[in-house]
Ligand binder design. Structure first.
Ligand code: OXD
Ligand code: MN
Length: 583
């Protein structure tokens, strides 16, 4: 046995001594293995089979009602120095954190099977990919990891070849919210998660590895691990521009990644290619451009609001081989959620006969898990080992007022400030109050594995000799008029905004210079065929300098919260804009 696999074996043995499982199973990722797990879960009630005629190989999982979202207040970054985790993270000293969580793990797998899940984040032969091993006692986690990552024998072979891998230890424990922690030890490339079976807390390849641990690792190795979708936009001339976009959880990343062009665009020859919907790892290539891979292999998307109108590509990939979590079902056992627009719920997400008095039929954070290969718009270049070249980076949030539909940053440093200053209304993807505006820099507030001040400095460091950096934009699809109605139709029509961006990248479109950035001329946004008029466009692009002045005062205070770690360049950029707004 190679020394690397010996190290892995030793860790598995140590964990087994601590957790006392009845059996140990090394996952190979095969179909046979998956079928055995599915059969097991069907027999123990972890899964229910959905309508086999309309949804072959689709299953429903109902989680514990207290375990339906990420738990940011129980999520810790445990660096040896508190300052390295920063005010953006909950921190615990590593020794204390290990002691606390190991006490919970003690004997927790008695009577259960311990699954060893080797996985690769990213195409198996890409130099940008990274491997990990998750140990878990949840067959539901194994089944999801198989869809969301390259899991099994190939990953194990890469680990054996390469040496390093991220260690993730997970147990559902008792699913008791009072005995729940998600701990990260970036300096040890280790994750420990106890007491939750929910996606972001339990599928350790996703948020824990591909964002929190990877962002920390990326800083020391000179790359970026970001909470971004990646989409390829092919114009009628046949050129494809890849765009990476960071929006907070449940703000439309999946919809933008799978966008269906408006009819006139489709007829003109526009095409959209999905590379990823949640996570993007980027690195400067030899040509100076940033090249990106999607470390995931599947989608763990929010179900409510997904319909043939909002995201036909998503709906079409969900009628076979998918796992649904916390959705409702119809009388004939098809999955159902609010916004689906067809069918009616009979049983709600908790398994009760549907009664509107109990709230929504599907949990607002109910999810689907499905292989990316089932998506019609899936880009074949997703598998390219070198990744895809990024032409534009887009930041965005959910803001009912103030923030215009789109603007462009003046340059990279300004763009980093625009990302750092992102604010958005909170959603159901995490526990806590929904609809409160909070700062969510680069949509990484819940996911950055180190001090935001250092993170912004790392972003700024990409602006160096020879770099051919993407342009940076900011969008807000969610601006409302005085009556609370959305001003912009969104969804497929967002392509109209992306078209302006691509024209900017190519040098084919002008812009209006304002203190907050460069905005399109009204005539540069194609609104042909939309039911909105020029007055709406005017509102969508309006800038209230007085309100922006206040916003920038808040932004400056926010940056100050990171003290000496906030890069001076960012403060200067902020002061420059405040000055321009004041005059
Ligand atoms: C997710 C999230 O699950 O951001 O992607 O919460
Ligand atoms: Mn996400």
């Amino acid at each position: 046995m190679s020394s690397q696999l010996a190290a892995l074996n030793q860790w598995v043995e140590e964990v087994a001594r601590l957790t006392q499982p009845e059996k140990i199973h090394w996952c190979d990722g095969s179909d046979v293995e998956n079928q055995l797990l599915v059969d097991l879960m069907l027999s123990n009630g972890d899964l229910m089979r959905l309508n086999e005629e309309t949804h072959p190989n689709c299953y429903l999982h109902r989680s514990h009602p207290d375990d339906v979202a990420r738990v940011e207040h129980l999520t810790f970054v445990c660096t040896s120095e508190r300052e390295d985790a920063g005010p953006n993270n909950h921190w615990m000293a590593p020794a204390e954190a290990h002691a606390k969580i190991d006490a919970l793990f003690e004997g927790c797998m008695r009577g259960r099977t311990l699954y060893v899940v080797p996985y690769c984040m990213g195409p198996i032969h890409s130099p940008l990919s990274r491997c990990g091993v998750e140990i878990t006692d949840s067959p539901y986690v194994v089944a999801n990891m198989r869809v969301m990552t390259r899991m099994g024998a190939d990953a194990l072979a890469r680990i054996e070849r390469e040496g390093t891998f991220v260690k993730g230890l997970h147990s559902i424990g008792e699913l008791d919210p009072d005995r729940r922690f998600i701990m990260h030890f970036p300096e040890e490339l280790t994750i420990k998660s106890y007491g939750s079976g929910y996606g972001g807390n339990a599928l350790l390849g996703k948020k824990c590895h591909a964002l929190r641990i990877a962002s920390h690792q990326a800083r020391s190795e000179g790359w970026l691990a970001e909470h971004m979708l990646i989409v390829g936009i092919q114009n009628p001339e046949g050129e494809t521009h890849y765009i990476a976009a960071a929006f907070p959880s449940a703000c439309g990343k999946t919809n933008l990644a799978m966008l269906i062009p408006p009819e006139a665009y489709e007829q003109a020859g526009w095409k959209v290619w999905t590379v990823g919907d949640d996570i993007c790892w980027m690195q400067a290539g030899e040509d100076g451009r940033l090249w990106a891979i999607n470390p995931e292999a599947g989608f763990f998307g929010v179900a409510p609001g997904t319909s043939s109108k909002t995201n036909r590509n998503a709906l079409d990939m969900l009628d076979h081989d998918a796992i649904f979590t916390n959705v409702a079902v119809t009388a004939d056992n098809q999955p159902w959620w609010e916004g689906l627009m067809v069918g009616e719920p009979a049983i709600d997400w908790r398994g009760r006969p549907y009664d509107p008095a109990n709230g929504p039929a599907a949990h607002p954070n109910s999810r689907f898990t499905v292989s990316a290969r089932q998506c019609r718009s899936y880009s074949p270049h997703t598998e390219d080992p070198q990744g895809v070249p990024i032409s534009a980076i887009v930041f965005g949030g959910r803001r009912a007022s103030l923030v215009p539909l789109v603007f462009e940053a003046r340059d990279w440093n300004h763009g980093v400030l625009v990302g750092a200053a992102m604010g958005s209304e909170t959603t159901a993807a995490a526990t806590g109050k929904v609809g409160i505006i909070r700062r969510d820099p680069m949509a990484m507030k819940p996911f950055c594995g180190y001090n935001f001040g250092d993170y912004w400095a790392h972003w700024l460091s990409f602006n160096r000799e020879g770099a051919k950096l993407p342009r940076i934009f900011h969008v807000n699809w969610f601006r409302k008029d005085g009556d609370g109605k959305f001003l912009w139709p969104g969804f497929g029509d967002n392509l109209r905004v992306l078209e302006w961006m691509i024209n900017r990248v190519k040098g084919d479109a002008g812009a209006v210079d304002t203190p907050i950035g460069l905005l399109p001329h009204h005539r540069d946004l194609n609104i042909d065929g939309l039911s909105i008029g020029h007055a709406d466009v005017e509102q969508l692009l309006a800038i209230d300098e007085h309100a922006w002045h206040q916003e920038y005062r808040d932004i400056a205070d926010y940056l100050d919260g990171f003290g000496g770690r906030t890069p001076e360049l960012l403060r200067q950029e902020c002061a420059r804009i405040r000055g321009a707004l004041a005059s």
